[in-house]
Design a protein around this ligand. Structure first.
Ligand SMILES: *[C@@H]1O[C@H](CO)[C@@H](O)[C@H](O)[C@H]1NC(C)=O
Ligand SMILES: *[C@@H]1O[C@H](CO)[C@@H](O)[C@H](O)[C@H]1NC(C)=O
Ligand SMILES: *[C@@H]1O[C@H](CO)[C@@H](O)[C@H](O)[C@H]1NC(C)=O
Length: 893
């Protein structure tokens, strides 16, 4: 089935929509060309090339086309995916899986009359097929028993052999012995001689020593085995490595003239088992040389042994040698050779061999070889070849079995035709397909990628019903998809089933679920799940604890949050500062917060060596919960316990006062400290920033002055927040002094400060006024003078300077950032929108990233100037970048 044979006139093509999943394969765009003849469809698969795809040159290359179903050859009708479904359905219906599964359903229901109503035409082949399909021993036995009682059918050696094999496989010796005893009383005894059967039974059951004993007893009683039983015994002896006995029994066979090509096969197997491969080959050639009969099987045995010993070259030569002789049928040897090549991963060799034998010998592999090749190719994502083989099987009317159908399902998933796969899946009852693990996994994975989460979930339910629980990765893919779709009920169901089955989802999977529950304000359910996992000795991850504790903080259950905190420590997780804050916050929201808080503190202290760390965590937590008195109490407890509070403790207590705007307490504490020891930079910086945040510019300024008097350099942040606050309070004179001080201590004017100053000079001329007055009073530094000039220019006091010049001026005062540019833009927008647009372009060219305010300023400007169309155009551009308008600009729209 290569492109060359595609000669039919009804050539249609469908392009299958592209696959959204990631991964190496999924970047391919599979394209199906469907060639229709009157009887069946032939599908050719083409690929767009990617460097990794195994692109075969005999295939016509088609570029990936649009993502809809569309005819790629003009003038030809369109072929729907449903046509593909239809043709595969018809093929699948030829499989006997439906009948077999029906038989087993009836057997399970113990309904003999239903079995009779099926009107099966019993024959050896059918009984063997049913027995081979069997999943449980009991059903097999029931069927065997029932079949034996049907008029006109007698069990044969092969059917006995099959049931013995099933029994021995299941190691059910007691059933076997019971069976053998029972069998003596049955009416079909006369068909096969008792001893023969018994010896065979033990031989097959892997008990050749009993079989030998029995054989001895028989011979003593003057009874002999028949030829078939002799061979079964001989085979069992070989299988179990009783090579001495092999020689003896082989001799008996020879004496009785039972020797046949079967004997030869078994002996060759014996040589192979003893690693005498050369002897095996020699023996084989000897048999041929003596003109004796040889069956095809025996060549396969040697080929198999050679391959097992990694002598592929020799094996290949042997296959060729016997093919050329033309005296034995080669199907079996070919089959073995292909199987071994596939197993060794020599897929190209196997495909090449197959192609050649098909052409030369007309060899058609059986369904098992096809399955094997297809499954292996599927695993390696060689979908093109999988497709070829499936089509070939279909065309040759090879009856598919469950493996074929499952492989086809996986193939359609992999090829991005999940709709076809799903339809075949949904019609599975029609052809008795029971999906296997892999098919379920592929379907679920693919459907999740396709956002068909509900369908994926339905498939999952089916799979669980059939006792297939998905792989961990599939499970987490489905959970993620359900999580994205916020289908909590379904997720819940999945986890409950998982836990019932002792299946452990990965940490990240159930963490996602618990987080989703917490987000949906269902932290109790999350906690329940967590409890169940705990019961299974599973330690929740740190982030799970984190989500739960935060969830209980949100729902005001501080008691549970605290319990979780302790539990996680017991499980070896180290809670973060943030987690402590959440727990302490939630405790502070409960009744009796002090009691709860102190109890938790005591518990924590009992777990650790006394050190400032635990205390500090609680001071920090109390501060964030706006409970400064509790923070202070911990601080005092610390001192009472002879733990010297360190600098961090001091800072945290101070911050707790400032955060709650307890200014007097903060100042008192600060002064107490300064009476005890010398205050360092960090404490000063803390109180200055804290006072500014609490909107107390004068206290902050006083303390900054005190700091300067003590010859300490305040941090840049102190200056920044204070400049901002003083500007807000219109204390421009103080601002000028502060900036002058900043320059004096040798710190550069930051963009932040510069921007604040520019912003205020846009609003008012008073800032410049304050500067002008300062010049008269003090000797300002050159930097300060230059800043004054800039402020003047910007407030429009000194007209005539254009923006370019102002830009240069700014560069000399402080580094520009996007906020600075926004401000300049705003200044321009007041007068000249065209210039503003040019400026916008320029700032982009300089590599600055325009932000929400940049766009907003332009839109605002255009509206202001009545240029509505342009305003709207810029608005669209802005929305396109995911920004929204500020309230001030919204008013215009
Ligand atoms: C196909 O059925 C056989 C039983 O006949 C079973 O052992 C095998 O696992 C099934 N294979 C798949 C792929 O379902
Ligand atoms: C605790 O919950 C409250 C709302 O109840 C929230 O404001 C606070 O930020 C949460 N604390 C932490 C540390 O998550
Ligand atoms: C105070 O003590 C804690 C805990 O020992 C430590 O982590 C912290 O760094 C200390 N702070 C200072 C400023 O030394």
């Amino acid at each position: 089935m290569t492109g060359k044979t595609a000669t039919t006139n009804h050539r249609k093509m469908i392009t299958v929509r592209s696959v959204k999943n990631s991964g190496a394969f999924f970047s391919l765009l599979p394209i199906f060309t469907v060639t229709t003849t009157t009887t069946n469809h032939t599908i050719f698969l083409f690929y767009s090339t990617t460097p990794t795809s195994s692109y075969s040159s005999s295939y016509k290359f088609l570029p990936p086309s649009s993502t809809t179903l569309s005819p790629s050859i003009p003038g030809t009708p369109q072929l729907q995916a449903s046509d593909v479904v239809l043709s595969f359905k018809e093929w699948f219906k030829t499989s006997s899986c439906a009948l077999l599964s029906q038989i087993y359903k009836i057997l399970a229901a113990q309904d003999e009359s239903a079995l009779c109503r099926l009107k099966l035409r019993l024959c050896e082949a059918l009984v063997l097929e049913v027995l081979n399909y069997g999943k449980d021993v009991l059903s097999c036995l029931k069927f065997f028993d029932w079949a034996g009682r049907q008029p006109g059918f007698y069990h044969t050696r092969s059917t006995f052999n099959a049931i013995f094999k099933i029994l021995s496989r299941e190691k059910l010796m007691s059933i076997m012995v019971g069976f053998l005893e029972n069998y003596m009383k049955q009416r079909y005894v006369h068909r096969v001689r008792f001893y023969n059967t018994l010896v065979m039974g033990y031989a097959i059951a892997g008990k050749p020593e009993y079989a030998l004993q029995l054989f001895g007893r028989m011979r003593f009683q003057g009874i002999d085995l028949d030829g078939f039983s002799y061979h079964v015994l001989l085979n069992a002896l070989v299988e179990d490595g009783y090579f001495d006995a092999v020689e003896m029994v082989a001799k008996q066979i020879r004496i009785r003239n039972f020797e046949s090509d079967i004997t030869c096969s078994i002996l060759v197997k014996s040589f192979c088992k003893q690693q005498e491969l050369d002897r095996a080959e020699e023996y084989l050639r000897g048999v041929v040389g003596n003109g004796l009969a040889l069956n095809g099987h025996v060549v396969g045995v040697v080929v198999d042994a050679l391959c097992k010993n990694n002598q592929f070259e020799k094996a290949g030569k042997l296959v060729e040698e016997f093919r050329k002789m033309g005296i034995v049928p080669m199907e079996h040897a070919y089959g073995v050779w292909i199987r071994r090549l596939v197993q060794a991963g020599k897929l190209d060799g196997a495909l090449e061999f197959l192609k050649c034998k098909k052409l030369v010998d007309g060899y058609v592999p059986d369904v098992f070889k096809y399955n094997m090749l297809i499954c292996r190719l599927l695993r390696e994502n060689r979908l093109e070849e999988v497709c070829d083989l499936l089509i070939e099987m279909k065309d040759l009317q090879i009856v598919p079995d469950n493996v074929t159908m499952n492989a086809a399902l996986c193939f359609f998933c992999k090829a991005g035709m999940e709709d076809v796969a799903l339809e075949l899946y949904d019609s599975r009852a029609e052809f008795g397909l029971s999906p296997n693990y892999m098919a379920y996994n592929y379907l679920i994975n693919t459907l999740c990628g396709d956002e068909s989460v509900d369908v994926a979930f339905r498939v999952l339910r089916d799979s669980i019903e059939h006792c297939y629980f998905p792989r961990r990765k599939t499970f987490s893919i489905l959970v993620n998809a359900l999580c994205r779709a916020e289908k909590l009920e379904k997720m819940n169901e999945m986890f409950l089933v998982a836990l019932e089955r002792n299946f452990m989802p990965s940490d990240s999977t159930y963490d996602k679920f618990i987080s989703a529950l917490c987000r949906a304000r269902r932290v109790e359910d999350g906690y329940l799940l967590h409890g169940q996992l705990n019961g299974l000795n599973k330690v929740s991850s740190k982030s799970t604890y984190f989500n739960l504790i935060n969830g209980f903080n949100m729902s005001g259950r501080g008691d549970i949050a605290a319990r979780l905190l302790i539990e996680m420590q017991e499980k070896g997780h180290n809670p973060t500062k943030k987690l402590f804050r959440a727990v302490i916050y939630s405790l502070s929201e409960m009744e009796n917060p002090e009691k709860q808080f102190l109890r938790l503190l005591e518990m924590q202290l009992s777990h650790h060596e006394p050190n400032p760390m635990v205390y500090n965590l609680f001071i920090d937590g109390a501060g964030h919960a706006k409970k400064p008195e509790l923070a202070r109490e911990v601080y005092e407890m610390m001192k009472r316990s002879d733990i010297e509070p360190n600098l961090s403790s001091d800072i945290l207590v101070l911050q707790s006062y400032l955060k709650s705007e307890k200014i007097a307490d903060a100042l008192n504490f600060f002064h107490d400290l300064s009476r005890r020891r010398k205050i360092g930079r960090k404490l000063y910086n803390t109180i200055i920033v804290g006072l500014c945040k609490a909107n107390k510019p004068h206290y902050a300024a006083d303390i900054l002055l005190e700091m300067r008097t003590n010859h300490l350099k305040p941090s840049l942040e102190c200056y920044e927040v204070l400049v901002q606050l003083l500007c807000a309070h219109q204390e421009y004179y103080m601002v000028v002094n502060l900036v002058e001080d900043l320059i004096n201590i040798g710190r550069p004017v930051s963009s932040f400060i510069g921007n604040v100053l520019l912003l205020h000079s846009l609003k008012t001329e008073e800032l410049f006024g304050a500067w002008a007055r300062s010049i008269d009073v003090h000797n300002l530094t050159p930097s300060s003078l230059m800043l004054g000039e800039l402020i003047g220019a910007f407030s429009g006091c000194k007209a005539g300077k254009d923006i370019e010049i102002i830009g240069e001026l700014i560069e000399r005062c402080f580094p520009l950032d996007i906020y600075t540019y926004n401000m300049l833009l705003r200044r321009l927008c007041m007068s000249d929108m065209d210039h503003a647009c040019k400026f916008f372009k320029k700032l982009c060219e300089k590599g600055y990233e325009p932000n929400r305010w940049t766009y907003d300023t332009l839109v605002h400007g255009f509206f202001r100037h009545g240029r509505t169309t342009e305003a709207r155009r810029w608005m669209d551009e802005m929305f396109g970048r995911g920004f929204d308008l500020t309230d001030a600009t919204k008013k215009f729209t």
